[in-house]
Write a protein that binds this ligand. Structure first.
Ligand SMILES: O=C(O)CCC(=O)C(=O)O
Ligand SMILES: [Fe+2]
Length: 204
């Protein structure tokens, strides 16, 4: 069984999966450099919660800054990642018949002290986000730096079922509709790439 099959199997069994070897490590490193360059070029903005007219900022709930990857207008490294995500999308469709049609993603930067309170990723009233993906981009992250992704039991959302250290190259996949999760406040800058496989066709 290859690494991807194992992840898809876990996703089917438990609704989430963690893998350290799905993406070539040279690509993860290049993505970190790309994120840092975009940060220096001031391409990030504070992340909001909710969607469209209901969007608002609330740093107590969500403290990261983000920079979306635009599929038609991005650097070769990001394009390489989007092509890779396309393959994952096809594998997800073959395994689960989800009818996924597109992938949206953004770099995220959590400054020291920032976190993200417990939530699920599917937006209220629209069910387009089906599978969430987070790729971590932090070389040699130490456990005492906080910033873990906490995954809660979909059946009993007070119960923690996994604590994920945001280590370089680690990739988490989970169901967007049912898996509650949170980012604990971090004590150093925390970089990641978060994305969603969706079953609608285009940006509004
Ligand atoms: O960075 C993470 O570990 C999770 C981020 C997240 O939950 C989100 O962006 O919706
Ligand atoms: Fe999330």
């Amino acid at each position: 069984m290859n690494f991807l099959d194992k992840s898809l199997d876990e996703l089917a069994q438990q609704g989430w999966s963690i893998a350290d070897n799905l993406l070539p490590s040279s690509l993860s490193l290049a993505l970190l450099q790309q994120a840092q360059q975009r940060w220096q070029n001031q391409c990030f903005h504070a992340a909001a919660i909710g969607r469209e007219k209901k969007q608002h900022l609330n740093k107590k709930i969500r403290g990261d800054s983000i920079c979306w990857l635009q599929p038609n207008d991005c650097d070769p490294t990001s394009q390489q990642f989007l092509a890779w995500a396309q393959d994952i999308q096809e594998a997800l469709n073959q395994a689960f018949f989800l009818g996924l049609r597109r992938f949206e993603c953004h770099f995220a930067r959590y400054a020291p002290g920032a976190g993200y309170a417990k939530h699920i990723d599917q937006h209220q009233h629209t069910g387009f986000r089906k599978i969430s993906m987070v790729l971590y981009l932090n070389p040699a992250w130490q456990a005492d730096l906080g910033g873990e992704l906490v995954i809660y039991d979909p059946e009993s959302s007070d119960e923690i079922i996994a604590n994920v250290i945001p280590e370089m190259g680690r990739l988490v996949l989970f169901r967007s509709d049912s898996v509650p999760h949170a980012v604990l406040p971090c004590h150093a800058v925390r970089w990641s790439l978060a994305g969603w496989f969706r079953n609608d066709s285009d940006i509004l």
